[in-house]
Design a binder for this molecule. Structure first.
Ligand SMILES: [Fe+2]
Ligand SMILES: [Fe+2]
Length: 168
């Protein structure tokens, strides 16, 4: 099944990344603090793009009651997120610490746009911890319970049932 990240979340990661690159280009102490953030954010965003955000691409469809056996891969992604969650939260902590330094430098040097970027990225991490990560995990658990009956079907039955999976 073709799964794509929700456009709004994809755009948010892209905007934050563009702001980080702009901060690096400023150079000096701001550029230095932003450069320290770059590898952390690059790895972290990639990991999220492959699990949480991708899984959430189907949230809207599932909320409309459309569930098909092809959504099994979302269960796999949500399970991976559950396993990797402690590491992802540790990455947020590291990002927060580095952002603090960037925010302080930006305020000291009168760069409100960089300070705003630091605040936005902090908010982004909190939103993920409070809403997006739990939503992806709940989505996986929900699909697990909805798709359990299909697991027992022979494969030809499974594909026939795919179009008419039980409504919510
Ligand atoms: Fe993110
Ligand atoms: Fe994150």
């Amino acid at each position: 099944m073709l799964v794509a990240m929700p456009e709004s979340l994809k755009a948010e990661h892209e905007d934050l990344w563009a702001d980080l690159e702009r901060a690096i280009r400023i150079g000096g102490r701001i550029g230095e603090a932003a450069r320290a953030l770059e590898p952390l954010v690059r790895l972290h965003f990639r990991r999220e793009d492959d699990t949480v955000l991708l899984a959430l691409g189907l949230l809207h469809t599932v909320a409309q009651g459309k569930v098909t056996p092809g959504m099994h891969e979302i269960i796999v992604m949500a399970d991976r997120l559950k396993t990797e969650l402690p590491e992802m939260l540790a990455e947020h902590d590291q990002i927060r610490k580095t952002l603090e330094r960037l925010g302080q430098e930006a305020t000291k040097q009168g760069r409100p746009q960089v300070a705003y970027f630091a605040a936005r990225l902090l908010h982004h991490a909190s939103l993920e911890e409070e809403v997006l990560y739990p939503a992806a995990i709940v989505l996986g658990e929900y699909l697990k319970s909805r798709l359990a009956p299909f697991e027992a079907l022979p494969s030809n039955e499974e594909s026939r049932s795919a179009e008419t999976a039980a409504p919510a």
